[in-house]
Ligand binder design. Sequence first.
Ligand code: CO8
Length: 258
Amino acid sequence: MENVRIETRDGVAIITVDRPKVLNALNAQTVQEINEAFEQARADESVKAVILTGGGEKAFVAGADIGELAKMTPITGKATSEKGQAVFASIERFPKPVIAAINGFALGGGCELALACHIRIASDRAQLGLPEVTLGIIPGYGGTQRMARLLGKGKALELILTGDRIPAAEAERIGLVNKVVAAEELMNVAMEMAKKIASRGPLAVRAAIEAVMSGSEMPLDEGFFLEATLFGLLASTEDMKEGMGAFLEKRAAQFKGV
Ligand code: CO8
C-alpha cells in the first residue's frame, strides 16, 4: 500500500492514512487502501482492536481529494460516493472495536471517516467540520446521516449548512468526539483504551458493537429482540464461563474468544 500504513502492537492494529503533503486527503486509491488495511485487521486473529489515525502533524484526514473530486461527472460522483459509503459502513460494522485518534484536521470525508468509527478521541489541536457546502457539494461518505444520528438534526444541520470548522473542545461539548486529550498524549490514550477493550471478552465486545450499531437502526422492540438474542448466544460461550468463573475465583479472566 502506498498511502496507508498498518502496524500491530500489543494486539492493536494502528492504521495510518499517510499522505501528509495533501493533509491525508482521500483519493480513490486511499479509500481502497483503507479498505484493504481493515480487511487485514479483520483476518488477523491476533488483532483485537483498531486505531485509525492520520500521518504527519497537521491532519487526521482533511477530506476527499479535491483535485480528484473536481473532475467528477454525475455518474462517477455517485459511484465514488457509493464506494466510500460501502467502505465506511464496513468500518462501522467492523467486529472489533475501532477508535479514531483524531490528530488534527478531520474535515469533510475525514470527519465522515471519524464518524464511522466506534469511538473518537481528539487531540486538543484537532478541528472538525463538514465544509462540503463551501465547495458546492454535500457530505457524500455518510456524513449527512451519521452526523444527524449522533448529534440530532438541529446541530447536524448547523454544522453541515454553515460548513464551519469547530475546535476539539467544542466537538467534545456537543458529543461529536468522546474525549479531548493533549496532542502528545493522543496515541497513548487511544492505545490504553484499545488495550483495555482488547482485554475484555472478544465475543461480548463484538456482540455489543452489533447490538448498538445495528440495533440503533431498528424499532425499539426489534432492538430489544436483537439484544436478547445476542445475550442468549453469549450464554453458550466458553468466554462467559471464564468471565464469571474468574470473578467468583477472584482472578483475572483469560478470554479465548470461543
Ligand atoms: N484535497 C486535496 N488537497 C488538499 C486537501 C483536500 N481535501 N486539503 C488540503 N490539501 C492540500 C492543499 O492543497 C495543500 O497543497 P499544496 O501544498 O500543494 O498547496 C496542502 O494540502 C496543505 O494544505 P494548506 O496549505 O491548505 O494548509 P493550511 O494549513 O493552510 O490549511 C486546511 C489547512 C484548512 C485544512 C485547508 O487545507 C483546507 O481547507 N483543506 C480543504 C478542506 C476541505 O474542504 N475538505 C472537504 C473536501 S470535500 C469532501 O471531503 C467530500 C467528501 C464526500 C465525497 C463523496 C464522494 C463523491
